[in-house]
Design a protein around this ligand. Structure first.
Ligand SMILES: Nc1ncnc2c1ncn2[C@@H]1O[C@H](COP(=O)(O)OP(=O)(O)OP(=O)(O)O)[C@@H](O)[C@H]1O
Length: 625
């Protein structure tokens, strides 16, 4: 790495107009730092973290995008976490509103500004990937001493812009490393990953906002048209353009022989002004026809492969049911179930308090999902750390939770290890299945809660910690306490408030949940998944012992089995077919015979009516005879 002094000298040479080998975007940004923002390279400044109240405002404004983009962000982070990258999502003002990183390096990351709340606008931080991306609105790599400020010359950062459906910059996605031993060119793959994730988030955002409109996806090659199109445009029932992805504006600009990307000008224009189609021709561009046959031609002759998705008008938007006052993270937990709505309202009131909450509910009912939503709705800048006490072997829970000092025991890491309690400092610790925590550790946890200090195994001194505790259990902790298997005093500490999630079979918003989960899968896959009435009926008849997790998995499998993303009863697992027969799994001979007669002995018709596979009917009939 170059010294700070030689770095400053290089910037001074550039300021005097001397030639430089740096990339053009870097030189342009350095000149902006010197001339426009009057930054002094000889006065380095550490990264700036905005105060918690300000961070909360920034996060609230980005909440919707974070929710829509979460799957994409987590997918990207999973791909790069092994190489010690962290992921930052900043808003259009450069404030980091979402962060993913390895908590082991928390202190270093926070100091380097790779953290929630850090501000990376160019006028404050000097040349940096987020700042340069905000100004240029283009993907960019700022590698080591490309940074203007000598404080940041160890970092390597790669960022891509995310635009809203009107073409305005709404966020910047960045992945960064504290140190990179390699050349700048090695970050090209990072650039590709970040840019394609940004494109997918834009598409998911467009699809979410365009529930009443047609979506037209466009690509120069047919191969990725349905999963990763170059461009997407939304069109209302009158054939007017209502929104586009950034690629959409590019495609429209090219088809009008323009170089710059005009944005809002195109909103409200008839699609037929730009392409040789109008609203009536969109159904012919839906999936189910060979890709080669689905093309549109721009008015300048440019041909593009096209795929249209019909409006999903039957979907009930949550905001019509749940008051908009709820923080966005809590708004999408239910879709018209009175018990859940009451729970959401209580959770919203509790979100910002420092009270511990015990979340109760059957397995898979959404306890962790709720805990994360509470964390996301709070002003906490620290991370959300979830620990499943039942999943960690008993002998490891102590060191995982409390961490250990260097050389604490044989086999321990030399440097020691930060525990998960400390990792949650400033944020939320979610202890799932807390009923599985051994009694001895319950006592230690109690001490942490009363003294706000954690003592790693083998450490001489405790460390101060502040976190919000959320916990969950599907067990009856009060009964366990009565039997002496759970500390009563800890139980009092945990449940200043209790939130109980109803099991899925008792919820009255089953259809809304199905739509919501399908929409989520659709956004991940970049398509609209539909489900017919017979399949819905078959699902509604099931008891769902595995609750939302079981429903979510069932829908994922059904979507994978579906042709053209349209789920029918045949796409559901076998046991749903049996349950769908009259009398449940029991063959009610008379009912089956009667219904077959009503269908004119047509097995296909009966199968359709009952929402089961034809083979299921044949099997039952065979037994009957
Ligand atoms: N309100 C919701 N909307 C959409 N998906 C949800 C919701 N609640 C839960 N899920 C999904 O259901 C699955 C199970 O949720 P979660 O892990 O939160 O359940 P849990 O009660 O904590 O489970 P366990 O008892 O096994 O720890 C996850 O895939 C989650 O994404």
């Amino acid at each position: 790495m170059v010294s700070a002094l030689s770095h400053i000298r290089e910037i001074e040479r550039v300021a005097m107009g001397r030639p430089s080998n740096r990339d053009r975007p870097v030189i342009q940004s350095w000149l902006r730092c010197l001339n426009d923002y009057q930054l002094n390279p000889a006065r380095p400044q550490e990264a700036y973290i905005v105060p918690a109240t300000q961070l909360r405002e920034h996060r609230e404004q980005s909440e919707e995008l974070i929710r829509i983009g979460r799957t994409g962000l987590e997918g990207l982070f999973r791909q790069v976490a092994d190489q010690n990258y962290v992921l930052l999502l900043s808003d259009a003002r450069g404030v980091t509103v979402e962060f993913m990183g390895d908590p082991t390096f928390d202190n270093q990351l926070r100091k380097a500004g790779l953290y929630l709340g850090s501000e990376w606008s160019e006028d404050r931080a000097g040349t940096c990937a987020v700042g340069a991306c905000i100004v240029s609105e283009k993907p960019v790599i700022i590698h080591q001493d490309d940074h203007f400020d000598a404080c940041h010359i160890g970092l390597t950062c790669t960022a891509a812009p995310i635009f809203d459906t009107f073409g305005d910059l709404s966020a910047v996605l960045d992945i960064s490393q504290l140190r990179s031993p390699t050349e700048k060119a090695s970050q090209q793959l990072a650039l590709h990953l970040v840019a394609s994730t940004a494109r997918r988030i834009e598409l998911a955002n467009l699809m979410t906002r365009a529930r009443e409109d047609w979506v037209l996806r466009l690509a120069r090659l047919p191969d990725f048209l349905d999963v990763d199109p170059d461009a997407a445009i939304t069109i209302d029932g009158n054939g007017m353009i209502t929104g586009m992805t950034h690629g959409g504006f590019g495609a429209v600009a090219r088809s009008m022989n323009q170089n710059t990307v005009p944005t809002r000008d195109f909103i409200g224009k008839p699609v037929s002004d730009i392409f040789d189609i109008d609203i009536d021709q969109l159904p012919a561009l839906m999936r189910g026809r060979p890709n080669g046959e689905r093309m549109v031609r721009a008015r300048n002759g440019l041909a593009l492969f096209a795929s249209a998705i019909a409006p999903v008008s039957s979907f009930r938007t949550p905001s019509t049911i749940i008051p908009a006052r709820l923080p966005a993270a809590l708004r999408h937990l239910s879709f018209g179930d009175p018990a859940m709505e009451a729970l959401q309202a209580r959770a919203a009131k509790l979100a910002d308090r420092n009270l511990p909450i015990l979340i109760r509910g059957e397995t898979g009912s959404g306890k962790e999902y709720l805990a994360r939503a509470i964390h996301d709705s709070s002003a906490r800048s620290g991370p959300f750390v979830a620990v499943n006490c039942a999943a960690i072997p008993e002998q490891l829970i102590e060191s995982e939770l409390f961490g250990y000092a260097p050389g604490a025991f044989t086999g321990a890491m030399q440097k020691g290890k930060m525990g998960l309690i400390e990792a949650a400092n400033g944020g939320t610790l979610f202890l799932d299945e807390i009923g599985d925590m051994p009694l001895a550790l319950q006592s230690r946890l109690l001490r942490v809660l009363s003294e706000n200090e954690v003592q790693p195994v083998g450490a001489l001194r405790p460390k101060p910690v502040r976190f919000r505790l959320l916990s969950a259990s599907h067990r009856d902790l009060a009964a366990m306490a009565a039997e002496g298997r759970f500390r009563e005093d800890l139980l009092y500490r945990l449940n200043a408030a209790t939130l109980t999630i109803p099991p899925l079979r008792q919820r009255r918003d089953f259809d809304g949940l199905v739509d919501h989960l399908l929409r989520r899968h659709g956004e991940e896959e970049g398509e609209t998944i539909t489900i017919d009435l017979a399949a819905r009926r078959a699902l509604a008849r099931h008891d769902w012992p595995g609750n939302l997790r079981e429903l979510d998995n069932t829908l994922r499998v059904a979507a994978a089995m579906a042709t053209d993303a349209a789920i029918t009863a045949e796409c559901l697992p076998e046991h749903f077919q049996a349950e769908a027969l009259p009398g449940g799994g029991q063959v009610d001979n008379e009912a089956l015979r009667r219904q077959l007669g009503e269908c004119g002995n047509n097995v296909s018709e009966l199968a359709r009516r009952l929402g089961v596979n034809r083979s299921t009917i044949h099997r039952r009939l065979k037994r009957l005879h």
